[in-house]
Design a protein around this ligand. Structure first.
Ligand code: HEC
Ligand code: HEC
Length: 202
């Protein structure tokens, strides 16, 4: 009996501890910290570029991607397995949890900044590449209502991989194939430069 009382007291302590920076729904927070944290970090800042940062990403975009993994519109063995059993309300909740965290800053290779910035701000008109900022925002923070993702601060190796996947048709879940169109017009060196620039953007 004493033991049960102790457990209840401890549970009460956790219950009453206010969430420090935001009021995350508890289901999403629990999921994030017990499941997603293994790869994406407890606050959504992953330790390596093998896993994208989710902290500070748009909630609507995160939700869309989780539904796309679930339906198979976006293909990735690990994430399809992770998303398979999530309910719509868990998806909403975990997306909101990560969206309210703060993305850690990244780093740009100074040698790639000039080309990367040029592509991001002005595109490559001759090659038919539109300016990335037209959709991803002047500061690379994305467009939440349109569900265009934030790119600023994301691991450059992850961004580069996604651009290659879009270019080669391995990723096909952007609306109307818009990213397939954009990425297929970039050379590998241009992808690397814009990805590096974006990681350093803040
Ligand atoms: C075992 C490692 C692992 C775990 C655990 C994991 N993920 Fe992932 N996640 C990945 C990998 C790898 C990718 C990149 C997939 C790709 O390249 O398309 C990813 C990508 C994502 C993306 C897409 C991000 C973007 O910028 O497009 C979202 C959203 C996501 N994960 C959410 C979650 C959530 C929510 C959980 C917990 C329920 C979770 N992940 C658990 C490995 C993991
Ligand atoms: C016409 C609008 C548009 C333009 C222009 C555009 N993007 Fe995108 N981009 C999108 C949308 C929409 C998505 C989200 C796709 C989805 O729903 O999964 C996206 C996704 C991405 C992703 C994947 C992010 C992640 O977290 O997985 C990368 C990387 C990216 N864009 C880079 C670029 C770069 C670099 C440029 C400029 C050369 C660019 N985009 C121009 C609309 C655009």
């Amino acid at each position: 009996m004493k033991r049960i009382g102790f457990v209840i007291a401890i549970a009460g302590l956790f219950w009453m501890t206010p969430t420090p920076s935001h009021a995350a729904p508890s289901a999403g927070q629990a999921l994030a910290q017990h499941v997603c944290s293994a790869c994406h970090g407890p606050d959504g800042n992953s330790a390596t570029s093998a896993f994208p940062k989710l902290a500070g990403q748009g909630a609507g975009y995160l939700e869309k991607e989780l539904h796309d993994f679930q339906s198979g519109k976006r293909v990735n063995a690990i994430m399809q397995a992770m998303a398979a059993s999530l309910t719509p309300s868990e998806i909403r909740s975990v997306a909101h949890y990560f969206a309210h965290e703060t993305m850690s800053p990244g780093y740009a290779n100074p040698k790639l900044v000039a080309l990367g910035q040029k592509i991001f701000r002005g595109g490559l008109p001759k090659a038919g590449v539109p300016a990335c900022m037209a959709c991803h925002g002047p500061d690379g923070m994305g467009n939440e209502p349109a569900r265009y993702p934030r790119l600023a601060g994301q691991w450059s190796a992850y961004l580069d991989r996604q651009l290659q996947d879009f270019a080669q048709g391995r990723r096909k879940n952007s609306p109307h194939g818009m990213m397939n169109y954009v990425a297929s017009r970039l050379t590998p060196a241009q992808m690397k430069a814009v990805a590096s620039y974006l990681e350093g953007l803040h």
